[in-house]
Write a protein that binds this ligand. Structure first.
Ligand code: UDP
Length: 247
């Protein structure tokens, strides 16, 4: 698979269909691995955390989540096949899994969120088997590991604990959890549960989903100011090849 390097993170240049096909092939072959969906905020975290960078770059699929990554690829002259948003990938993967009667486990969100997300996904995609659910506010990782294994494992686990917690959880427990594919998907369960809403289509099509989220939740301004900083870092990388790295 071709990759595009953005500040050290190696994104896979795949379309949504190719990403889902690759994920399904791995599940069918029982080939353990994980999918990450970095946005600019996560790329920035990776620059400051070598361990996280390693985890992200060892993923079976590194999908470009968010318009900021697409802009960055354009600035750096790196080729991607467009945005593959984590939430849309999750939805497409659930669709494909449902057709083959596969087992999905949902981990993350406040108590009750994963259950509601599971009910909605199963109603929308008949054939999908909900292996189990667990909220994302466990005191001890082992509790979540045992909960997944106790239900007989799963073909895929949506790990929705926010970054970088979810990536670190996957890396630490991949081997001991009886599941094939792990997907780090941030706040996706909130959307599937109907707790959080995605932006109207027009905002998504214009690449302005971030702006809609800012209007709905002005307190996100601090997080969002990281985007211009990220793009400045990318421009510097383009002009000076990453010389004079700073925080
Ligand atoms: N979350 C969790 N456990 C934690 C912290 C967060 O399950 O210890 C959940 C939180 O409830 C939310 C998701 O992780 O559903 C993070 O959502 P956010 O929108 O911050 O993630 P993003 O998609 O922006 O990475």
């Amino acid at each position: 698979m071709k990759t595009a390097s953005i500040l050290g993170v190696h994104f896979h240049a795949v379309t949504m269909q190719q990403a889902v096909d690759e994920a399904m092939s791995r599940i069918r072959a029982r080939c353990k691995g994980y999918v990450v969906t970095p946005n600019p905020e996560i790329v920035d975290l990776c620059r400051k955390d070598e361990k996280l960078m390693g985890i992200v770059n060892r993923a079976a699929l590194v999908l470009p989540d968010g318009i900021g990554i697409i802009y960055a690829a354009g600035i750096l002259g790196e080729e991607l096949c467009g945005k593959v948003a984590g939430i849309e990938f999750a939805e497409q993967l659930a669709t494909a899994m449902a057709k083959e009667g596969m087992r999905l486990y949902l981990l993350g969100g406040k108590p009750g969120v994963a259950e509601a997300a599971g009910r909605n996904l199963c109603a929308k995609y008949p054939g999908l088997v909900l292996a189990g659910c667990h909220d994302g506010y466990f005191a001890d990782d082992q509790q979540a590991v045992e909960a997944i294994n106790a239900c007989g494992g799963a073909d895929a686990v949506f790990v929705c604990l926010g970054a970088p917690k979810q990536e670190k959880f996957i890396d630490a427990h991949l081997d001991e959890i009886h599941a094939t594919l792990f997907c780090g998907l941030g706040g996706s369960l909130d959307v599937f549960a109907g707790v959080a809403k995605r932006a109207p289509d027009i905002f998504i099509r214009l690449g302005l989903e971030w702006f809609y989220r800012l209007l709905k939740q002005p307190s996100r301004i601090g997080r969002m100011m990281k985007l211009p900083k990220f793009l400045l870092l990318v421009i510097r990388e383009r002009l000076f090849g990453g010389k004079g790295k700073s925080k």
